[in-house]
Design a protein around this ligand. Structure first.
Ligand SMILES: *Cc1c(COP(=O)(O)O)cnc(C)c1O
Length: 344
């Protein structure tokens, strides 16, 4: 597969903006920087941030076992996803394939970028219908979005199914692994060398506890990373985000501890949900949330709101009639949720 043939002609021809910090990078305190029209008085953020976020990437490279040259960072994975659209999808011509029920951002971004959406609903076990997906694809199908573990269903997709899609889909396959840190499945980022059309996205927003700093991760071939680098805003990850991200990534024990507590609490929550009379199904979860089927999702949702508990009503999503999505909270929060569910 030739990735160059998938890139929009406009993007291929683009001469990227070269920022001051792109042209010269030096860490030495002895250097005098008079190149970027910054205010020279130090306050921690008076300088433009590193456009290539080298320290954050080197930490991520070590933690995730992916070479730095295969990493691009964004203002949340939402920015990364948007860059992918702008690199590969010609407005009013190309299309993407999504597998509902899934993360809503793929179709929002498609609509913003004037890109058609083809969708193939997951089967009754919330697994992808591989042959249908490959059949619906046409020569303008540039992106296939696979969210695994999937939001809002919580399950991981069978690796044989993902493998077949990555091998046989004739465009870019984006595997959104926002919840991978809660799962025992291996990240597809380890397979980048095998599949030139693979993009894996992750985020610091969930397991790493940093939704507020907006730091999203893209793993892909050097060729794809270089295309995305051409179109990303030069300073897309700000200095405060880089500093806070570095601090958190260095604290590996804290993240590991929180993940293990959340997983333990997820099991407690699932056990308790089994005793709620109107909960008819608890879907298997590889993430930090649980999808449950109830008698009347909208009624239960409203009852919880009245008690000051906010969850997600997923009843309008395809295949998710009367389901609620519950995020695993701290033990005391989960107890309040369970007590309230039992009292209504
Ligand atoms: C939460 C979530 C994200 C995270 O997006 P950020 O912009 O990095 O916060 C990405 N994909 C899915 C499926 C999610 O649920």
């Amino acid at each position: 597969m030739n990735i160059q043939d998938l890139i929009r002609p406009t993007i291929k021809a683009l001469k990227p903006y070269s920022s001051a910090r792109d042209e010269f990078q030096g860490n030495s305190d002895a250097m005098v920087f008079l190149d970027a029209n910054e205010n020279p008085y130090e306050n921690g953020v008076n300088r433009y941030p590193d456009p290539q976020q080298r320290t954050v990437k080197s930490l991520l490279s070590e933690i995730k076992n992916v070479p730095i040259k295969n990493i691009l960072l964004g203002n949340g994975s939402d920015e990364v996803l948007d860059l992918i659209f702008r690199a590969f999808c010609e407005p009013n011509q190309d299309n993407i394939i999504t597998l509902p029920p899934t993360y809503g951002m793929y179709s929002v971004l498609a609509n913003i970028n004037a890109v058609d959406i083809k969708s193939v609903q997951l089967d009754e076990n919330f697994q992808p219908k591989v042959d249908e997906i490959l059949n619906i694809a046409d020569s303008n199908s540039k992106l296939l979005f696979i969210c695994s573990p999937n939001n809002p269903t919580g399950n991981s997709f069978a690796s044989a199914a993902i493998s077949k899609l990555v091998k046989e889909f004739k465009g870019i396959v984006v595997i959104d692994e926002a919840y991978i840190d809660f799962s025992n499945e291996e990240s597809w980022a380890s397979k980048l060398a095998e599949f030139p059309n693979l993009i894996v996205t992750q985020t610091l927003s969930k397991a790493y506890g940093m939704a507020g700093i907006r730091l999203g991760i893209c793993f892909a071939s050097e060729e794809i990373i270089s295309v995305l680098n051409r179109i990303k805003p030069p300073y897309n990850v700000n200095e405060l985000t880089q500093q806070k991200g570095i601090e958190q990534l260095k604290n590996k024990a804290l993240t590991a501890q929180q993940i293990s507590e959340i997983l333990e609490e997820r099991n407690v929550l699932i056990d308790q949900l089994k005793t709620v009379s109107y909960v008819s199904k608890i879907y298997p979860s590889d993430a930090n949330f649980v999808l449950v089927k109830v008698d009347d999702a909208t009624k239960r949702y409203n009852q919880l709101i009245e008690k000051g508990i906010v969850i997600r009503n997923r009843t309008t999503q395809p295949g998710c009639e009367n389901t609620l999505r519950l995020t695993v909270g701290r033990p005391e929060e989960n107890k309040i949720l369970i007590d309230t569910l039992k009292s209504i």
